[in-house]
Design a protein around this ligand. Structure first.
Ligand SMILES: Cc1cc2nc3c(=O)[nH]c(=O)nc-3n(C[C@H](O)[C@H](O)[C@H](O)COP(=O)(O)O)c2cc1C
Length: 165
């Protein structure tokens, strides 16, 4: 999105679910009202756009690498994501992203996002800052090393870690 990110954070209620569907390449094929409301774009503007249209520059690349690795293994993934709105604001979500199957074949993906808890954000926001800093200095292998060391120290897989916080 061609907009300068601001420090303005948007919030949504814990009863709201922000839903999108994509094709196999991650191009948006559906967005629900809660999603279009918060990004301030109508469904027509979003349809056929790559999902990185709402990518926020503060998001570490390693999180999307993990996301696509899980999806390519036909597995669902949970991830905390900071997203960009059309006016430059941002909002945090706890996203579940999963392959959509038809007759055993993956035909696309869908994501349901909910409001993250305050306690999880206290862990994720500083972690992502460390990951971003590492990526700026040493590329994605540097942030991958941080994630791997964290998971080894906790003795869990990535998705287990996300669901535990
Ligand atoms: C179903 C689905 C939902 C996604 N949701 C988001 C999202 O909310 N925000 C985001 O930045 N990327 C999302 N992505 C990941 C994007 O496709 C993309 O990998 C990411 O924005 C990084 O883009 P880049 O590699 O071009 O920098 C989603 C992908 C899929 C398949």
């Amino acid at each position: 999105m061609n907009v300068n990110p601001t420090k303005n954070e948007k919030h949504f209620s814990k009863d709201e679910f922000l839903v999108t569907k994509t094709d196999l390449k991650g191009r948006i094929t559906y967005a629900n009202k809660a999603f279009t409301n918060i990004v301030e774009m109508c469904e027509d503007e979003l349809l056929n756009q790559p999902h990185n249209v709402i990518r926020h520059p503060d998001m570490p690349k390693i999180i999307f690498k993990l996301l696509w690795n899980y999806l390519q293994d036909k597995k669902e993934i949970h991830a905390y994501v900071k997203n960009l709105c059309a006016d430059g604001s941002f909002y945090w979500v706890m996203a579940n992203v999963t392959p959509s199957f038809y007759e055993g074949k993956v035909i696309g993906y869908h994501s349901v996002r909910r409001k993250p808890t305050e306690s999880s954000m206290k862990i994720i926001a500083p972690l992502y800052q460390d990951l971003l800093r590492a990526e700026k200095q040493g590329g994605i292998s540097a942030s991958e090393k941080i994630v791997n060391e964290l998971l080894i120290s906790k003795g869990v897989e990535y998705d287990e870690f996300i669901l535990s916080i």
